[in-house]
Design a binder for this molecule. Sequence first.
Ligand code: SER
Length: 577
Amino acid sequence: MNSEKITETFLKYFEKHKHKIVPSDSLIPEMDTTLLLTSAGMVQFKQALLGKQKPIAPRVANIQRCFRTGDIDEIGDRSHLTFFFMMGSWSFGDYFKEGAVDLAYDLIINGYKFNKDKIWATVFKGNKQVPKDIETKKAWLKYLPKERIVELGEKDNFWIVGNTGPCGPSTEVYYDRGKKFGCKKKSCKPGCDCDRFLEFWNAGVFIQYNKTEDGKLEDLPMKSVDTGAGLERFAALLQNKDSVFDVDIMIPITNKIKSLSKKQSKIEIRVIADHIRGAVFLIADGVRPSNLERGYILRRILRRIIRNAQLLEMKENYMEELVKTVIKTYEGTYYKGFNQKEILNTIEEEKQKFEKTLNKGLKKFKDFNFKKTISGKDAFFLYQSFGFPIEITKDLAKENKLKVDEKGFEKEFKKHQETSRAGVEKKFGGAGSFGEKVAAQHTATHLLHQALKEVLGNEVKQAGSDLTPERIRFDFTFDRKLTDEEKKEVEDIVNKKIKEALPVKLETISLKEAKMNAIGLFEDKYADKVQVVSVGKYSKEICAGPHVKNTKELKHFKIKKEKSSAAGIRRIKAVLD
Ligand code: SER
């Protein structure tokens, strides 16, 4: 069964069972400011699951593009991807455990015709806070012998996105791929680290709790179901392929990489295939390479592609070829309206930037002549001087049978963020006129961001910004031209806030606190402290930049230009005068 048919079968099945089909959300989560990227289908429904918003329907299904940084170290094995398509279904306070199991089993066996003798299920075995999930086990007993229902702990069968929010015990469906995929241990069963039992459907997270910051589980007003299945894993099973990299929607990409490479090495090919898909979709959704937040995730995967392409001795024009192949494979069915030119330019620009330092960095790496372990300081030096993201240093370490002190690296990274922040403050601290100007522009950017949200809707998100003494450039997610009235309204709001002479407050808080108050965007595993900038009560954002003390220093704000910058991204040029 090809992938298109797999997703069609999924959606048709749930539609038949009264689920409303909704489109994929962007990889930039519109509804959740605590997350950097959309990592699961449920992200756009978090408020509904918490009972804070009315769900769009009692039953919903969709195909969601997802990105998971947490799996970046696993890429290269048979089943992990950072970017993938998730087939998901939801019941918001409608059917619960038995209903979810009935639907899942029916679809697997009668819809997809999986061999029922190979199907296993797992349920939550319970812990101090949550009892064993007997109800779900009972539901599975209608279909599976008890030997094939495995009780597992929190790691496998309790699901939450991040650390807080809607959560609950889950039940997962596994397929027994046979001994040839396995570790051959007698104890091998779902939950084992080997490839024999492949988890292919989280057939129900039974969302009934809200986990608070202090780790408590509060009961939610309604009980919901959240399911998710990675399309590529489903396809690997239904197409009887060795790995997710061999399925119909991946093979054009892996084949292209092979045809452009002099050396053929499986792991590097898989890393490039995974990362190039992710990069193209991230850029299509409005992410641009940078040293911060989601822009830094994009930068990391792009640089890793560049280094791996060098290892494979890929042909000069490989990036263009790969981008075109990705777009051709997914345009229409999985995404509508890729801006090929913009995507290519963005990637080429990053490639040129990194290629300038890559070889110097590699030479330095050799000169270091590391023994056993690469210290955090040295890993950080490679990052700071040559732009090596930690993944590249880790790849190099692996190739040379070395270890990396990752914790040490993170420490250095943090230290650097703190000192560079101090440095920025010193540099722009008010003395020089350039410094003053940039500080004023920084503050103006925050006002502009908030004003755009006020006028155009809360879904407007910053996609980038660039300041020179002459002008402010601000990119944001929005899909049409602004009317003259809207521009005027935005301008008026900013000027009103300038007149109100609002105080600007900078405070450094822990990442935990920031998350709790849903300020800004992060998944930055390196920083544990962030600077929060409040402009009166009007705006609150995470920002490391310099700022004025009071908005009256901004004097007057004017929008000079508003135009498209990429698909779904608008660009404003403005000045302070
Ligand atoms: N949110 C759950 C997961 O991602 C089910 O979709 O596995």
